[in-house]
Every structure is written in C-alpha cells, then in structure tokens.
Write a protein that binds this ligand. Structure first.
Ligand code: ADP
Ligand code: 5GP
Length: 205
C-alpha cells in the first residue's frame, strides 16, 4: 500500500517546520521529504537532513534531467522536490510531508491528485515577524522580503484541504495530528490495509 503525500504550506515564520518536525517524531510511518535548494544553510542546518544544499548549476542539471516533481523560485532562491526520493518513500508505504511553497503546491495538486493539502496560518503577520526575529537565523532584510509576500501566500489557503492556525503550538499540533490520523483512517486506505487481514471486505448495502 502506498503512503500518503501531505503538502504543508505557510507563510515564513508561521511555524510549519516546527509542526512538521513534531509530526515526524510522533508518527513512526511518517517522513519528511528532503528538498533541494540553492539557498545557503542557516546556522545549525545540516546537508541531507534539512535540505540538500546545491549550487545553481546542479539545480539546472536536475531540471534538464526532469528529476523534479515540482520546483519553484521562492524568496529569490530555488527549491524543488525530487520525484525519485518521494516515490521511494511512498512505495515503501511511508507517508511523506512535503513542506513546500504555494507555487509548488499548485504543481503537486495537478501531478499527485491524492495529495492532502494543509495550510498553516499564523495568528497574525506580526506574529511571524516576532517569530522570525526570535528564530534569529535571517537578516532583517530577508525577514521583510518574506513577510512582504505573506498576504499573497495566505490568499491561497482556500485551495488546501485543511487549515490549521498555529497560535498555541501544542493546540496546533493536536489539530495537525488529528488531520494526519483522520486521513490515514479514510475507508479506501483502510480497505487496502485490512484486505490482508480479513480478505475482501464486502460492501454493505
Ligand atoms: P516556518 O517553517 O513556518 O518558517 P518555523 O517552524 O521555523 O517556521 O518557526 C519560526 C519560529 O517560531 C521558530 O523559532 C519556532 O520555534 C517558533 N514557533 C513556532 N510555532 C510557534 C508558536 N505557536 N508560538 C510561538 N513560537 C512559535
Ligand atoms: P526556507 O528557506 O525558510 O527553509 O523555505 C522557504 C520556502 O520554501 C518555504 O515556503 C518552504 O516551504 C519552501 N520550500 C521548501 N522546500 C521546497 C520545495 O521543495 N519546493 C517548493 N516549491 N518550495 C519549497
């Protein structure tokens, strides 16, 4: 049985990485898709863990070889999801979180119709500013560049299957866990899973 691809998008500073990391720690069969990016690592980020950090030239080569399921320019750098890496995880039956921007999500919706979209909203844009400052990894110019397009990104929230407001982190995480658990329990997915246990389950008329 293939796993579920979850698309998670949010304006910068909304807390999506924090929520996704907690979810991956919580669900044993959930993984994080490691994207490829041309941006430089922030202090503490590790190649092959947070991202695959690559040069522009290598990104161009990957595009030429048609290796990306989706890619986009975000805040002046490029980010993409490898088809092969994602297929490998899904075909092992693992569910996968794709933490990608709204442009990448548009591409995935067309190419992977079974993907489940989750949009993480901050309580306010000001909260994002405070959180990005407290995170202390981006320059003031970089923070403003990111906040300038936050409202535009939020307009796309209506295209997602679920919206989670990340005001109180633990409450937001409870909602996120519920979404993941509910998606795993959807009847078509459960029928595939229980077929091996009970044989074919007949339809009740
Ligand atoms: P994103 O991936 O959306 O850019 P992060 O997950 O890196 O955001 O979170 C940005 C900062 O905000 C981090 O320092 C994180 O610890 C903090 N943060 C995340 N969620 C909350 C929350 N609900 N309340 C306060 N701070 C939060
Ligand atoms: P950051 O630089 O803060 O890690 O990420 C910047 C933005 O790029 C975020 O909105 C993040 O979700 C997005 N992003 C990260 N990886 C990918 C990817 O593989 N594809 C796309 N389209 N966006 C990504």
């Amino acid at each position: 049985m293939g796993g579920i691809p979850f698309i998670v998008s949010a304006p910068s500073g909304a807390g999506k990485t924090t929520l996704c990391k907690k979810a991956v720690d919580f669900f044993p069969d959930l993984r994080h898709s490691i994207s490829y990016t041309t941006r430089r690592p922030r202090a503490g980020e590790v190649n092959g863990v947070d991202y695959w950090f690559i040069e522009d030239r290598v990104f161009d080569e990957m595009i030429a070889r048609d290796e990306f399921l989706e890619y986009a320019g975000v805040y002046g750098k490029r980010y993409g999801t490898s088809k092969k890496d994602l297929d490998n995880l899904l075909s092992e039956g693992l569910s996968v979180i794709l933490e990608i921007d709204v442009q990448g999500a548009d591409q995935i919706r067309e190419r992977l119709p079974g993907a489940v979209g989750v949009f993480v909203l901050p309580p306010s844009i000001e909260a994002c500013r405070v959180r990005l400052k407290q995170r202390g990894k981006d320059s003031p110019e970089e923070i403003e560049k990111r906040l300038n397009i936050a409202v535009e990104e939020i307009r796309k929230a209506a295209l997602y299957d679920y919206i989670i407001i990340n005001d109180d982190l633990e409450a937001a995480f409870e909602h996120f866990k519920s979404v993941i658990a509910a998606e795993k329990a959807r009847t078509p997915r459960m029928l595939e899973k229980i077929a091996g246990l009970f044989g074919a389950v007949t339809e009740i008329k």
